[in-house]
Each structure stands twice: as C-alpha cells, then as structure tokens.
Design a binder for this molecule. Structure first.
Ligand code: NAG
Ligand code: NAG
Ligand code: NAG
Ligand code: NAG
Ligand code: NAG
Length: 310
C-alpha cells in the first residue's frame, strides 16, 4: 500500500508540470454559479455562499444546477463525499441538457457509487450524445485516496473534439470524437449543457450491483460537500483552450493516464464484449488495459468474448 502511494505521489508530482491550461483556473462561489434544483431545504450554502452542502435524509434527496448553459468548457468542483457507511448513496457531478432537449439530450458524468467500510471507493464516468441512452459508455475506477476524508478535484474538459476526465488533475479518461476513420457521430455531446451536483438513493444498483442499500436510520443524513467551482468557457470570459487544438494529450499526460488505468480501472465498456460484440467506434484497444481487466474481473472480461475490431 505504501509503495502504491509513493508510486502515485510520483505520478501526481510529475503530472503537475503538464496540461497547465486546466490548473489554477479561477473559481466561482456556489451562489455565483448555481441555484438549488430540488430538495431546497437540503441545499445549504457554507462559507458565505462559497461552498455548498447537499444532503439526503428521511425527507428528501437534493441537488443544484448551474445558472448558465455552456457549449464546451472546463468544469471542476472539489468534492468531499459522505463519511462512514454510504452504500446506495449516489453523488454526482455532471453536465446535462435533458430539460431543454428531452429526447435528444447530451450528458457527461462523474458518479460516486457509495461505500462500505473496508472496500475500495469507486467512481464511474459516462457520457451520452443526442439521446444515445441505449449505448452506455460507463467506466469505473478505484480511487487511490479516501474521498470522504478530504476535498478532491473532479474535472471535465469538453471541446468539439475531446472529453477528458480528471481526478486531482490526473487525466483518467480521454474520449476522442474521431479516431482515424471511426467517428462517434451524434453520440458525442454537442449541445449546450448545465452543470449539476446531486445526491440520491441508488440502492437498487449503485453499490455492488445493489447488494448493499441505504441505511438512513444509522448513518443519515448523508452529506456531500462541493466547493471551488470552475465553470470556464466562452460565456464566462476566459477561454482556456483552443477549439482547433489537437485532440491528443501530451505524451506525458498520456503516460500518466495509461499508468492510472492499468492499475485502477475496474470496468470499461470498450472491453465488455458480452455487451458490445463490436467495440463502439471511439474505443482504442490496449492489450495492457485488457489484460488488467481480465485479471481483475475474469467473469466480465474473460475468455468468453472475442476481441472485436482490431
Ligand atoms: C448568499 O446567496 C444568497 C442567494 O443568492 C443571498 O441572498 C445571500 O445574501 C448570500 N449570503 C452571503 C453571506 O453572501
Ligand atoms: C463515522 O464513524 C465514526 C466511528 O464510528 C464516528 O466517530 C463518526 O462520528 C462518524 N462520522 C460521521 C460523519 O457520522
Ligand atoms: C439526433 O436524434 C434525432 C432523433 O433520433 C435525429 O432525428 C437527429 O437526426 C439526430 N441528430 C444528429 C445530429 O444525428
Ligand atoms: C431507496 O431505494 C430502494 C431501492 O429502490 C428502496 O427500496 C428504498 O425504500 C429507498 N429508500 C428511501 C429512504 O427512499
Ligand atoms: C463559443 O461560443 C460560440 C457561440 O455561442 C460558439 O459558436 C463557439 O463554438 C464557442 N467556442 C467554443 C470554443 O466553444
């Protein structure tokens, strides 16, 4: 464990020299950027509106959303998850436009899947474009820290060509709209979206496939804390990326991401051949990622499927 930690500290410190565009972005307070969305009584501003606590209790779950909609941008929040037993408690930070475009909505997600003492902490990423809800693109990863102990940064960079997910500025997933001649097409999120933060009851699926459920009586209310918001795009003044930039990450970032994925990824739809016999167009096959997943979860990624597309 100590060795793992050291390895990661090394990665993180190497990383901090690169992708400077997403680091040290100006932050917004909760009240500058957001409104309560539902469960208003459980959306409680803190530090003179700088941060917010959202909670789930017997009465209600809760959530907030951004005041503005954004086409592309870099979005980040520092988040601290509920402590102790939180099975069934889903906390999210995501971009979505299902209210404006109900049948053809776009979405880019971070979803935290609850936690049981002694188990790993898991986070899931996913996205949809133009209502592609029958083509889930989920990936899951173990976090290398306890996300309930302190605030950590979760970021989404979304441009016309790429989506990159970051945890504490380490890139963990990179989706390219067009890989060689393969294009995601309309499944790539393309319309303006709002940012959301929510906490809700996902007992029927979130923690170990729904095996462990909410326990409000003993552990409620569940509180998730959000602060240091970055909502950076066109309409907010400082444009941090170039729309025409190369969709590739630097070699260094790519290396950090590959190291992370080969160690911490626990699920990727790209290698789930029982689900998608032919990998979706944006998937790039890495034999080391595949080997890692097969070792971790032979039932899902084992020899049953055939390696489709390259
Ligand atoms: C916090 O935000 C609310 C709503 O915008 C406002 O009414 C209130 O005065 C703010 N409080 C502080 C301390 O800034
Ligand atoms: C978590 O559990 C510990 C030990 O049972 C307890 O001392 C602490 O108050 C709990 N924290 C919360 C936020 O419930
Ligand atoms: C989005 O989906 C709608 C409904 O299925 C379809 O009519 C439309 O052509 C799609 N848009 C694009 C850009 O493919
Ligand atoms: C949480 O969801 C589960 C499964 O859907 C349900 O059985 C349970 O009653 C819910 N708990 C609360 C407090 O809403
Ligand atoms: C900036 O906004 C304009 C108009 O809203 C849009 O056409 C353009 O694509 C945006 N640029 C970026 C980099 O998102």
């Amino acid at each position: 464990m100590v060795v793992h930690l050291l390895a990661f500290l090394l990665i993180v410190s190497f990383f901090s020299s690169s992708e400077s565009s997403i680091i040290d972005q100006p932050t917004l307070s909760f009240s500058e950027g957001f409104h309560p969305l539902y469960g208003e009584l459980n959306v409680v501003p803190h530090e003179a509106n700088k941060s917010v606590h959202i909670s789930m209790d017997e009465r209600s779950s809760s959530g907030f959303r951004s005041k503005l909609m954004y086409v592309h941008g870099y979005f980040e929040s520092s988040i601290r998850l509920p402590e102790n037993y939180s099975a069934g408690v889903v906390v999210t930070f995501y971009a979505c436009n299902n209210q404006k475009f109900p049948y053809v909505h776009d979405e880019i997600d971070f979803e935290f899947l609850g936690h049981i003492d002694g188990q790993e902490w898991l986070v899931q990423t996913n996205f949809y474009g133009n209502g592609s809800t029958n083509r889930g693109r989920e990936e899951r990863y173990v976090l290398w820290f306890d996300p309930s102990e302190d605030f950590h940064r979760y970021g989404i960079l979304w441009t016309g060509n790429r989506i990159t997910y970051y945890v504490d500025h380490v890139p963990i997933r990179h989706v390219i709209r067009k890989v060689d001649s393969n294009s995601i097409g309309a499944d790539f999120p393309s319309k303006e979206m709002r940012l959301y933060g929510t906490i809700w009851n996902g007992s029927n699926w979130a923690t170990m496939g729904g095996k462990y459920k909410l326990d409000l009586t003993n552990y409620g209310p569940y509180v998730a804390k959000f602060s240091n918001f970055v909502l950076n795009n066109n309409n907010t003044g400082s444009l941090i990326w170039n729309e025409n930039e190369n969709e590739m990450m630097s070699e260094e970032d790519t290396r950090h991401m590959r190291t992370f994925r080969n160690k911490y990824m626990t699920y990727s739809y790209c290698y789930d051949y029982k689900r998608y016999a032919v990998a979706l167009p944006e998937c790039v096959f890495y034999s080391d990622e595949f080997a890692h997943l097969q070792k971790f979860d032979p039932w899902t990624f084992g020899s049953g499927g055939n390696k489709a597309s390259n």
